[in-house]
Design a binder for this molecule. Structure first.
Ligand code: FES
Length: 165
């Protein structure tokens, strides 16, 4: 379900209202930011300003928390969110070559999204599939035992799919 900005603001304000009924509401900032990201897809400046105003916390504090945790996204995410696992098991099995291949193919760095909004690239710690190392997660799907050739084929397939839609 796609909801518009007004509806996102309304839902987020209601969520914050509930949080504010609790003691030490400011200690729930991370919960609020999680909710904001769940609703909006990422933490835009407007969303952070809204949280700051509603929770009466300086924007600089919100910004500090949002940038400290890798989980929080500060820019929009593409249709396919690629997370390359750089945990130890994946790293020793060639995750770096896989990562470099993705960067080169899409011409983006970690934390960036392609201009056409199709792909975003992230680095992940162990995602619990070490037996399949090196692994990449694309949205909710895990791809294992990768090498530069395999990841190239996967990305080319996704590019094709995106063009056909
Ligand atoms: S280190 Fe990559 S899945 Fe565990």
């Amino acid at each position: 379900m796609i909801i518009d900005q007004q509806e996102i603001s309304k839902q987020l304000k209601n969520f914050i209202l509930e949080i504010k009924k609790q003691e030490r509401a400011d200690s729930h900032l991370i919960t609020v930011l999680h909710k904001a990201q769940e609703l909006n897809g990422y933490l835009s400046k407007e969303i952070m300003d809204l949280v700051a105003e509603e929770m009466q916390i300086p924007t600089s504090v919100i910004w500090g928390v949002a940038t400290f945790y890798h989980y929080f996204k500060l820019s929009p995410i593409g249709k396919y969110n690629i997370s390359v696992c750089m945990g130890t098991a994946c790293y020793v099995k060639g995750a770096n070559e896989v990562l470099e291949t993705v960067k080169e193919l899409l011409d983006i760095k970690i934390g960036e999204t392609t201009k056409d909004m199709i792909f975003s690239l992230q680095e992940a710690r162990c995602i619990g599939a070490c037996g399949l190392a090196p692994v990449v997660m694309i949205n909710d799907k895990i791809y294992g035992e990768l090498n530069p050739k395999k990841i190239t084929d996967i990305i080319n397939d996704l590019k094709k799919q995106a063009q056909e839609e």
